[in-house]
Unconditional design. Structure first.
Length: 273
């Protein structure tokens, strides 16, 4: 019997999860070879890691005379986003954020029918992470690591709208435009989160993510101002992705990751000459 397993340049057998003879297009025309269940698991695990790491930095800072500091908390959030984008971005798109999922769906870069399941997975991951932190830090060490407005509701609403707009604009630029350098997507998005938390953290908690605020709120039953963190980031993300869509000047509606710009490919091609 002939062996039809794919091999690489060293004649090693390569695991081929997706049958190349099968179409990866769904009924909506999206090219997607990853089963929905795998994507949902990636979203749950990724959101758990993101919320656990970021909120743990907040709790540890409160329990240890602010040893982590605001810059430290900002770095934790930024690095967590960055490593997750590189880890599972190729599986689920690394949303971890209902606002991002909804925004992509409004510009037809994400299947609308998958939006509800993504949101459930993201909220589940956030709630599990918040519950885990509450189990670890109990008694006097138990602190609410969610988001609350430091000032007026209007101030918090505007700040959350602006920083989520900024975040989604960057996401749209580096992750949906095939002219961008794909290898820098995680770094760019993580750096944007870091910057936003650095200046907006003391004002609103710099949520930018309805799931990030909803998980701790459910676990601690603290719902003050929650509507701000559900509505404002969603509106900001939609506005951000549409703003970039307006200036992208391209007729390619769906990003083909394999065809994205790459300085690594450019170096390789240059070296081959």
């Amino acid at each position: 019997m002939a062996n039809h397993s794919p091999t690489n340049g060293n004649n090693d057998i390569v695991l081929d999860i997706n049958d190349p003879t099968k179409s990866c297009n769904d009924s909506s025309g999206f090219k997607d070879c990853v089963p929905l269940l795998q994507k949902l698991v990636a979203e749950v695990v990724g959101t758990f890691f993101l919320i656990f790491a970021g909120c743990a930095a907040v709790v540890v800072n409160l329990n240890n005379d602010k040893v982590v500091t605001l810059p430290g908390i900002s770095i934790v959030w930024g690095l967590a986003v960055m490593v997750l984008v590189y880890s599972v971005g190729h599986i689920s798109g690394a949303h971890f954020n209902p606002a991002v999922t909804i925004a992509h769906a409004t510009t037809k870069r994400f299947p609308l029918k998958q939006v509800p399941s993504y949101i459930v997975a993201q909220v589940l991951g956030s709630t599990l992470a918040s519950g885990t932190l509450r189990l670890i830090f109990n008694g006097k060490e138990n602190h609410f690591a969610g988001t609350l407005p430091a000032g007026s509701d209007l101030q918090a609403f505007i700040i959350e709208f602006i920083i989520t707009f900024y975040l989604m604009f960057v996401v749209s630029g580096v992750a949906t435009d095939n002219r961008a350098i794909g290898e820098l997507a995680g770094l760019a998005v993580g750096a944007t989160v870091l910057l936003n938390v650095l200046f907006a953290g003391p004002i609103t908690g710099a949520s930018m993510n309805p799931a990030r605020s909803l998980g701790p709120a459910l676990v601690h039953r603290e719902f003050r101002g929650l509507w701000i963190y559900l509505v404002s980031p969603t509106l900001g993300a939609v506005a951000g992705t549409w703003a970039y869509t307006f200036i992208r000047i391209t007729n390619k509606p769906i990003r083909e990751i394999s065809k994205s710009a790459s300085f690594l490919k450019a170096v390789a091609n240059g070296g081959a000459k």
